[in-house]
Design a protein around this ligand. Structure first.
Ligand code: GLN
Ligand code: ZN
Length: 517
């Protein structure tokens, strides 16, 4: 109906669809529009439909043949073949990108990649070049050598290790009730324990120091000393505030994903590959091009230094495998499940190092756990199967007395609560201001027996929450969550907040916990 109205304006209408197959193809093809754009990169249904059932002769088919979401070069000969098949059904045809290009960095030309890797990459401008190559190949013109199968970063030991994984390695033993008893003994915490999610404010001073270090204006030693001082300061601050479980502040991390990517074999990072995360926020996705291995510990020094300064437990925090993959461009030549296991094994080794360094609480952040789920629900079972496996593989070797936390934020969690429960952590800190309490009902519905830190302070707001405001959230939550399972914490890291507001809010948060006790 709407398109019928639009058609009456007499404007030429071009409808683009992307990211996946169209389920309502017959209806789409009947719309009173001039051209229809279809994604022929993700899914196989669009191609099958057009080849079997044809395409309206009075419309133009805009064939999305280059990937708008990933960075691997297009196989030009194969794309030209698809174009030929489609053109036989749709004589009016155009070549295009299969999706908007804002998911990609602008160009590889400004990066310093190893030439062997560069030969496989196409960012947005290179995608446009590919459109020309496909059209030329279709026209029978000779085109430059462009695509070869991915052949960089193979590590046979890593592949063998993943192939030999057995079920037991994905399962933490003993089960939660026994772990809970062991953890109570190892970690005497008060009721309503207080903690934060990990990062503390990254001030202009810190960002300048990091830029100076990268530019070679500051030595590695001076940078390390600076970071250690920041850690010492934030430990002292948390002790003074009276928090129960401390963090090291994450000052060494530019970004929770990039920091780990820079230290893993098989992954690359960019210097200018910014893309939009939301609103005006941007980040640089990493690239998983090879088999992923951890040549050496990544953040053990900082976390064990933090623990050495205090008798209170320091949480050892790292970014989980699903989130690292969700925020990276991932190779497509091996199943995502295998890549996830490779990454999980690296993180598992890092967690084991935390444990050896005396860390009693670890936290595996998975803020992108929900976001990475496919657009279409039919893709969910396969996605959650590998995502849960990867998380479990990351944590399953932890000792029973080591408390495993996860953290998630800014998603609708109610609908995936069973999957969250299957991750088998001991505690979760989760954002609740957007999901407006439905998350609580979900926890109740599945009789969730783990510990929950429902964010009492929305850190995306510059307002300092009062004790009463936070108390309101807790009072509502305690109708559904047993008080013995309840943690008091903000709903995400404090990285983007200022120091003054953070200190003021944390004072209130600790006051709230004391009042509750
Ligand atoms: N540990 C991270 C931090 O505190 C988690 C950030 C996130 O959830 N996006 O910054
Ligand atoms: Zn968060």
């Amino acid at each position: 109906h709407t398109y019928g109205q639009l058609a009456q304006t007499g404007c030429a209408l071009h409808v683009f669809t992307y990211y996946d197959d169209v389920d309502w193809m017959d209806e789409l093809l009947k719309l009173p529009v001039q051209s229809i754009g279809l994604d022929f990169v993700h899914g196989t249904g669009n191609l099958a439909h057009i080849l079997n059932r044809g395409f309206p002769k009075d419309k133009t088919l805009i064939a999305g043949l280059v990937d708008g979401r990933n960075i691997w070069r297009t196989n030009i000969a194969a794309a030209a073949r698809t174009l030929k098949q489609l053109a036989a059904k749709a004589p009016r045809i155009a070549v295009s990108n299969a999706g908007p290009l804002y998911h990609l960095p602008i160009t590889t030309a400004v990066e310093k990649f190893d030439p062997a890797l560069l030969a496989h990459l196409a960012f947005a401008e290179e995608r446009l070049h590919e459109l020309r190559l496909i059209a030329d190949a279709y026209d029978g013109k000779a085109v430059e050598a462009w695509w070869t199968p991915l052949d960089v970063g193979a590590n046979m030991a890593v592949r063998e290790r993943v192939k030999k994984l057995v079920d037991a390695e994905f399962t933490r033993a003993p089960s939660y009730p026994a772990r809970r008893t062991a953890q109570r003994k190892a970690l005497p915490l008060p009721v309503f324990p207080t903690t934060t999610i990990g990062s503390f404010p990254q001030s202009p001073e810190l960002r300048k120091m990091r830029a100076d270090y990268r530019a070679g204006r500051v030595t590695a030693d001076a940078y390390k000393t600076f970071i250690r001082q920041k850690i010492a300061d934030v430990i002292k601050l948390q002790e003074d505030l009276g928090l129960d479980v401390l963090v090291h502040g994450e000052f060494e991390r530019t970004d929770m994903m990039e920091f780990f990517a820079q230290q893993l074999d098989g992954m690359a990072t960019t210097s200018n590959g910014w893309i939009i995360s939301y609103g005006t926020r941007v980040y640089r996705p990493a690239i998983v091009y090879g088999d992923v291995a951890r040549p050496r510990p990544m953040s053990v020094a900082e976390i064990s230094y933090a623990q050495s300064l205090t008798t209170r437990p320091v949480k050892g925090i790292l970014t989980g495998p699903v989130t690292v993959l969700a925020w990276s461009f991932v190779r497509e030549d091996v199943p995502i499940e295998d890549v996830a296991c490779q990454l999980a094994l690296c993180l598992r080794a890092e967690l084991e190092d935390y444990e050896r360094a005396g860390i009693k609480i670890v936290q595996v952040d998975e803020p992108a756990f929900r976001e990475r789920a496919p657009v279409k629900r039919r893709g969910w079972p396969a996605y959650f199967a590998w995502a849960i496996k990867a998380f479990r593989l990351t944590c399953a070797s932890m000792k029973p007395e080591t408390q495993v936390h996860s953290h998630m934020c800014y998603s609708e969690f109610g609908e995936i609560i069973e999957h969250i429960a299957a991750m088998d952590f001991d505690a979760i800190s989760i954002e609740a201001s957007r999901s407006k309490g439905d998350i609580l009902e979900s926890f109740e519905r599945i009789k969730f027996d783990r510990q929950i830190g429902l964010g009492v302070w929305d850190i995306h707001s510059p307002a300092v929450p009062t004790v009463d405001e936070m108390r309101g959230i807790v009072d509502r939550a305690l109708k559904l969550i047993p008080r013995g399972n309840f943690w008091i914490n903000p709903d995400c890291g404090l990285k983007t907040r200022g120091w003054d507001e953070s200190i003021a809010a944390l004072k209130n948060l600790v006051a709230l916990a004391k009042a509750l006790r």
